[in-house]
Design a protein around this ligand. Structure first.
Ligand SMILES: *[C@@H]1O[C@H](CO)[C@@H](O)[C@H](O)[C@H]1NC(C)=O
Length: 151
């Protein structure tokens, strides 16, 4: 390969790496699942963030059952930053019908926070998770998000 081609390749690789770089915190593997939480809050976008999770071999978080939620709540309770984290659960389409964005399967067990979901101002079609449970929230807010990846 000519030196110029090699240099060009290097430049492309470096730029791609820098642009695609997202820092994650890792939770312990649970029942064959690995969980990644983005470290920095940024404007959320279901398609974009799910695409990033897919790039890591997974998808935005979905909850299969109560024990998965209990484990996550426990792990989140041990983290310093306890602000809510975006999941891949949404009711975009039919209000109140919550499903997993990645594969369109119905959302499993949702332990809602008190008086949630309330679709506040008719504008809350995404779902976040915190130690206190789930809350419906605006899909375009600023926040962290969680990926789930088969371990
Ligand atoms: C739910 O989320 C909204 C913002 O989307 C927030 O204003 C509200 O305080 C949250 N409620 C609970 C119980 O966490």
């Amino acid at each position: 390969m000519a030196l110029q081609s090699i240099l060009l390749l290097l430049v492309v690789l470096v730029i791609g790496t820098v642009q695609g770089y997202v820092a994650y915190d890792f939770l312990p593997v649970y029942r064959g699942r690995r969980y990644l939480i983005s470290r920095n809050a940024e404007p959320f976008d279901l398609a974009k963030m799910n695409g990033r999770c897919r790039g890591s071999g997974g998808h935005l978080l979905k909850i299969d059952d109560y024990s998965e939620y209990r484990n996550l709540a426990y792990e989140l309770s041990r983290m310093r930053d306890q602000s809510a984290i975006y999941t891949g659960i949404t009711d975009l389409g039919i209000e109140g019908h919550f499903y997993n964005y990645n594969d369109k399967t119905p959302a499993g067990h949702l332990k809602w926070r008190r008086r949630q979901p309330d679709n506040w101002k008719g504008n809350e079609n995404c779902v976040d998770i915190s130690v206190w449970g789930f809350n419906d929230t605006n899909c375009g807010g600023n926040g962290r998000y969680m990926c789930e990846i088969p371990a």
